[in-house]
Design a protein around this ligand. Sequence first.
Ligand code: IPD
Ligand code: CA
Ligand code: CA
Length: 570
Amino acid sequence: MQGRRLATTDELIAIVSPDSDETLERLADWTDEHGIELSTVDVGDDIGGVYDENRATLGVTLGGDGTFLEGIKTFAPRNVPQLGVNTGTLAFLARVEPEDLEDALDETLRGRAEVDSRQQIHVDAPGVDATGINDVMVQQVPPENPIDRKVTRLDVYADDEYVGEFEGTGLAVSTPTGSTGISLSANGPVHYPVNNHTLQIVPLHTHKLGVRPIVVSPETELRIVTQGQASLLVDGGRAHTILSGDDEIVVTGADKLAHVVRTSYDDHFFTAITKKLGWDIRDAEVPPEKRLEQRSTAKSSRRESKGFVERALTVATEAAEAAGEPLCELHGQVESIDQKTDKSDIVTEADHQADRIITTVIRNEYPNHAVFSEESTRQYGTDTDYTWVVDPLDGTGNFAHGNPNYSVSIGLVENGEPIIGVVYVPETGELFTGIAGEGAWRDGDPIATTDRDRLDESMLISGYDPDGLFLSHFYQESRGVRRLGSAALNLCYLASGSADAVWEHDTYPWDIAAGLVIAREAGATISDENGDPFTFSLETGDRSALLGSNGTLHPALLEHMEDGIQSPTQ
Ligand code: IPD
Ligand code: CA
Ligand code: CA
């Protein structure tokens, strides 16, 4: 999977072009059948009156690429994922054909569609402050007298470096999505747009044949200075102006990405290119569709032969990453906090959103497994060997106060034993994973605990420590005791060596199911407060104390804990 999964959909907003009535009727039937609310607006109209930011909205455009671009202008600033149905003619962006509408939506509703985050471009110039998904063109204004000069000169700077003077009919700066448009016709390269955030500058009708397209990062600030009158067009004129000499245009990657929904009913990128641009680089004897079919069969049989555990790890990773996106978006802007048992036991809308995403992904993939989540169902394996144990947001206190130390924790428990752990840190993108008996990794690289054996050289982490006992017992004895705020992540720090030991006075099973696998696989010793092996249990859902260390430090830690540090059940 290249993008994140689109896991939940509460409502649909459709932007509808003229001549899409038949497709709109089918869309309305489909939403009726599925009990999903549908609002429609005409192209160019605002969705402000129907959009509710607290609901998981899917944006749909019915039209061609023009309508899709209008959709991007409307949906991207609100982070609404967008599915384009092509009721127009030639379309690169609206890639679902009307006959596939219901199937593509079914797939999306089941949480099987992907969302590609596409780079956008931002343009700031006199009279224009705009964002586009395709390109920016700076062009010569045709002279009144046709025999007058028809070239323009533009000085271009990348950050503080002077690139040079571009002479021709102008230049285009395009995103990967826009690379198949005007810049292609000026000999620019085609960019495969998935996870590609570069921008490219392409000279138009240049007289200097040695000048080639230049690729820059989205952070690069491109400054284009006009030497005379020039027209500026964003996304084919969706924003435009006429500039004078010495005007400055600043082009850079936009902060907001556009979220494009892809289903298996979209043409693959290179199939679309082959069909639409008449490329002739595939084996003529094997039709492109046939070759694609062979490739995807080979791919899926590879997947089937992959073990259950690898697949489950992939699903858990996708679910955690999908939940991470709204968490990042909501981080630092929590509006309402609900108290559960006491003032430090809190939950926010973000916890629920992340929970809905994770449980939808898991249930779609494993309808027969049990799900035990802090924020929703508390099933555990009576009819199945497998239970998914989920803390959709571990570290809600930090999250609600805008602190980045929080995580998403998903563990898979087989007959009572955690066998897979995924802990994802949305703010840093770090991904900790573990498979019982196979190892533990951070971002795919193996991790291990430290081998430090001196307490006075060790860094300890404490979880909830109500009377400060752990702190008072160890602060003077060690290099430091840190209190960070996400139990799942604390175990990952132990696993990856940035802490030598971890103490949790009272964890719930969802706090630690994933972290346990990761820490144990990295070589950690995990016990209760007395040094007896830690028992993971969902039966009572009770809290328990946990002492984790690199192993060598365990005896020294237990010795210091003898007087007075106890679990909540004692
Ligand atoms: C909490 C955090 C915290 C730990 C608490 C947990 P939550 O989880 O993991 O570090 O000390 O015991 O309840 O409520 O943010 O999911
Ligand atoms: Ca938790
Ligand atoms: Ca939680």
